[in-house]
Design a protein around this ligand. Structure first.
Ligand code: PMV
Length: 308
């Protein structure tokens, strides 16, 4: 049996603007993971997929090739140039679904890695990321590529679509609290809405994207210098621009307000918005009270992670 896994992710800066060529910063969330095992099945039985967390068990041949779980299997087999093997693929994940934490990309990453390794042809991170990107394209329309890249590399990244992927040093640990609004984050819908809004109000949206890009560059500097107060203020600034873009919601605002009032250095929505999750920057001393405040304000769950 071959087992591989991949972490969740959270976007710290630059969502939406990244689709239009501005930089973004995302970090892996190691506390939540997708894990995939591949084992040999009897000869002639083909490939079966088992995803007990979402109540699905099926044979590869019985679902459309665009099914997200099937699509990454086909992408991987095509890349390796091999035909359908006799294997059982079992998927487990602790990453919340449809909350903007990269659950789909992490599951795809773990499947590609585990399947290729089981077939004796392990893949490097960039190849896995490219295969996962193809599947993201099927389901998200015009993804920037940020999710698949940060999940495959499992390190904090400064990312510019089609141009730049850089890791950087984190001087002081970042104590992050990720609060789930419990409202599904429909990335494809929100990204399409922003595209339509930009077509109608080009100047306004390009100005928002440009300001987000500037904040993201400053945020990288603050992380490298360990200036956490400045970093928190930049998160607040990025959130205000996302709010003006129309991707916040009353539930998101409640969690952000609660986190700030409980002493967070900054807080913002993360991912496509409207639902999904909020990320707050706390300190070691304040992290528990900030998490508790977010729960009191209606968060369905709060994940605590430290980026260092
Ligand atoms: O909702 P998520 O976490 O998958 O993130 C979407 C991020 C966007 O910038 C809105 C879209 C993208 O492809 O980068």
């Amino acid at each position: 049996m071959t087992t591989q896994s991949a972490p969740g992710k959270v976007i710290l800066f630059g969502e939406h603007a990244v689709v239009y060529g501005r930089p973004a910063i995302a970090v892996p969330v190691m506390e939540v993971r997708a894990s995939v095992s591949v084992e040999d099945a009897p000869p002639g039985s083909g490939c079966s997929i088992n995803a007990p967390d979402v109540g699905r068990t099926f044979r590869l041949a019985d679902v459309p090739s665009e099914d997200p779980l099937a699509a990454i299997v086909y992408e991987t087999l095509t890349h390796l140039g091999v035909s359908e093997p006799d294997v059982t693929i079992t998927i487990r994940s602790t990453i919340p679904i449809a909350s903007g934490m990269g659950s789909g990309a992490a599951v795809s990453t773990a499947i590609a890695r585990a399947l290729a390794a089981h077939l004796g042809r392990p893949l490097d991170d960039d190849t896995v990321s490219a295969l996962v990107f193809e599947v993201e394209r099927l389901h998200h329309g015009t993804p920037s590529g940020l999710d698949n890249t940060v999940i495959a590399r499992a390190q904090p990244l400064f990312f510019v679509k089609d141009r730049l992927v850089e890791s950087f040093a984190v001087k002081s640990p970042l104590h992050l609290l990720i609060g789930d609004t419990g409202i599904p984050c429909l990335t494809k819908v929100v990204v399409a809405d922003i595209r339509a809004a930009r077509e109608a109000r080009h100047e306004q949206y390009d100005s928002l994207f440009r300001q987000i890009g500037q904040i993201t560059v400053m945020a990288r500097g603050a992380i490298v210098a360990g200036e956490l107060n400045a970093l928190g203020a930049l998160m607040d600034g990025n959130h205000w621009l996302l709010y003006q873009m129309g991707v916040s919601s009353p539930e998101i605002e409640r969690l952000i307000l609660a986190a700030r009032q409980a002493g967070a250095l900054g807080a913002k929505l993360s991912g496509a918005g409207r639902g999904g999750h909020v990320v707050a920057l706390a300190s070691k001393e304040t992290q528990e009270v900030v998490a508790e405040a977010m729960l009191q304000a209606g968060a369905k769950n709060v994940i605590s992670t430290v980026v260092s």
